[in-house]
Design a protein around this ligand. Structure first.
Ligand SMILES: CSC[C@H]1O[C@H](OP(=O)(O)O)[C@H](O)[C@@H]1O
Length: 345
């Protein structure tokens, strides 16, 4: 699964596989303005913390083209456009991480043509790095899985959520590549159904056995011995290991602890936010009520009834068995994280 995030240099366009349409249709959504990219991020044409970061890196090149239309004030206009990209989604730290990395490569007073070349190369580098990190993570994580395991996942932390290969699904793919027989239970993950639509789509294409389960089946599946491991992705990991991920993840972690099932988080270094001491500081995105009031375009909640649609929750580090990173599997505690991630900012 690759090619879901592409940049057309000639057209200066970010080409995205439209994840809102999967699994029924494989359609490309073309972004030629920052407005297009912000729309794509907010409506989850592209989603998944690392994929959001990679897309934003390419989008900086679009922002530069747009800013140059402002003439002599192009630098000020560009900073404003980059700020709009960062504000598109608040929880996944990879978005700000990628844009900040692009900004750091922008030498004040440089010729915009040089900046365009620098940014195009850097965005490609960020994309390639993400895939390489996922493969390194996969190798480390695959050692945690045993032949014959059924692994529960939540949401989609696959190739579609990253630059390629995936984080949680990257661990599973690498275990299969190493010859282990792995099956997956993919929690459907209401309300956007990333598990039912995207994880199932990815693994079915790969020939990896996958069963979709209702989110509320989790306890029953664990209690009856049908889950040996849990591996999930992450959107932001605080310095103490508290981890923000798709809503419902903390409940899965609590149930895994109750039933004595190892619970792993797989995430690259770009997902760690060492500037915050614990998960209470992680902003939680509130999404549109329509994602809850409607299913498949049909209203399922009576008009006038309130809904809550927080897109993420935070799993306390004490519920996490280990964090799989490109640098190895680390304990979810401040000392281990700072040692692995090179110290506090
Ligand atoms: C590879 S981590 C992907 C991470 O992002 C997802 O959120 P969303 O689909 O809203 O972007 C979910 O939390 C995944 O675990």
């Amino acid at each position: 699964m690759d090619g879901h995030i592409r940049f057309d240099t000639k057209d200066c366009a970010l080409l995205l596989l439209d994840q809102r349409r999967l699994p029924l249709a494989e359609e490309t959504f073309a972004c030629r303005t920052v407005d297009d990219v912000v729309y794509a991020l907010r409506t989850m044409v592209v989603r998944g913390a690392p994929a959001i970061g990679v897309s934003a890196a390419y989008a900086c090149r679009i922002a530069l083209k747009e800013a140059l239309a402002a003439g002599s004030d192009w630098a000020e206009a560009l900073h404003s456009l980059l700020d709009r990209l960062v504000r598109a989604r608040p929880t996944a730290v990879n978005l700000a991480w990628a844009v900040n990395r692009m900004r750091a490569a922008w030498k004040p007073g440089c010729d915009p043509r040089d900046l365009a070349r620098t940014w195009e190369a850097l965005a490609l580098e960020i994309h390639a790095e993400d895939v390489a990190m996922n493969r390194a993570m996969g190798r480390f994580g695959a050692e945690l899985l045993d032949d014959g395991d059924t692994v529960m996942t939540h949401c989609n932390a696959g190739a579609l959520a990253t630059g390629g290969h995936g984080t949680a699904l990257g661990v599973i793919r690498s275990a299969v590549e190493a010859g282990k027989k792995i099956s997956v239970i993919a929690n459907e993950t209401r309300p956007f159904l990333q598990g039912a639509r995207l994880t199932a789509y990815e693994l079915h294409r790969d020939g990896i056995p996958v069963t979709v389960a209702c989110d509320n089946a989790c306890s029953q599946l664990m209690k009856t011995g049908r889950v040996q491991k849990v591996v999930v992705g992450a959107d932001r990991i605080a310095a103490n290991g508290d981890t923000a991920n798709k809503i419902g993840t903390s409940g899965v972690a609590l149930l895994a602890r109750h039933y004595g099932i190892p619970f792993y988080v797989a995430a690259p270094g770009s997902t760690f936010d060492l500037s915050i001491p614990d998960g209470s500081h992680i902003p939680i995105e509130e999404r549109t009520p329509e994602e809850v009031t409607h299913a498949g375009g049909t209203r399922v909640v009576p008009e006038g009834v309130a809904v809550v649609n927080e897109a993420f929750d935070v799993t306390e580090s004490g519920l996490i068995t280990g964090i799989v990173t490109e640098k190895g599997v680390i304990r979810p505690d401040r000392e281990s994280i700072l040692r692995a991630m090179g110290g506090a900012p």
